[in-house]
Design a protein around this ligand. Sequence first.
Ligand code: ADP
Ligand code: ADP
Length: 224
Amino acid sequence: MDIKVNEITKVYGTAENRVTALKPASMEIHKGDFISIMGPSGSGKSTLLHIISGLDSPTAGTVTYDRTDIHHGSDKELSAFRRRKIGFVFQQFHLLPVLTARENILMPLLLDKVRPDEGHLMQIAGFLGLQDRLSHLPHELSGGQQQRVAIARALIADPEVIFADEPTGNLDSKSGGEVMEMLCEIQKKLDKTLIVITHDKQLAGMAQRRFTIVDGKLREEAES
Ligand code: ADP
Ligand code: ADP
């Protein structure tokens, strides 16, 4: 899938109290691209990511995946589209604390009433080094392991596109480095489109295309 972001803007708030979070932003994302987006706190990174991934709608402009305008259909269509086509990784992992790693990873399939394939689960768990951790609860895992469970959950429904919002932001540099490398491997070996928001210059530098956003204005860095 190619993603076309066409002149999207976002204004929050009421008439008296308006915040322009995103100035007209356009980008074309091709299947298999690895894109990073850097910028200071409050610059509009999460807003941009939420709109491109369909978690939020733009004030103006469109986002199309191949020819589908994702903000045009019903909420139900949009959430089904997200569950099948998009994987999310967040800074705060967002694992369900009472479920094991295995159950957390399989949750997207459960929500979509898709029967889990044990072989596929073990393949993903192996890829992320989680084979021995599947029966653990999140609190029994290190931060890096928890984030790897979250990455496995993002992959289980085999989406084409992965969005990661500060995936290493809550990790020490060693486990952050491991998570970084795994995301790169996933993009290369599994041919996923990967879009990462990060403060981490090293992670941003691993991307093929680097964008920055300052005061809501997005721009692409020249290739180096
Ligand atoms: P970043 O992810 O770069 O930290 P955000 O996209 O979260 O930036 O925020 C961009 C701007 O929009 C900030 O000024 C923020 O305060 C504002 N903002 C974000 N979400 C909302 C909201 N739901 N209501 C009002 N203002 C918001
Ligand atoms: P932070 O940047 O504060 O650490 P996160 O990156 O964890 O926050 O989450 C960013 C935003 O994404 C949050 O505002 C949250 O509401 C939203 N979010 C988190 N998990 C999900 C999810 N599974 N589905 C949809 N939205 C989510």
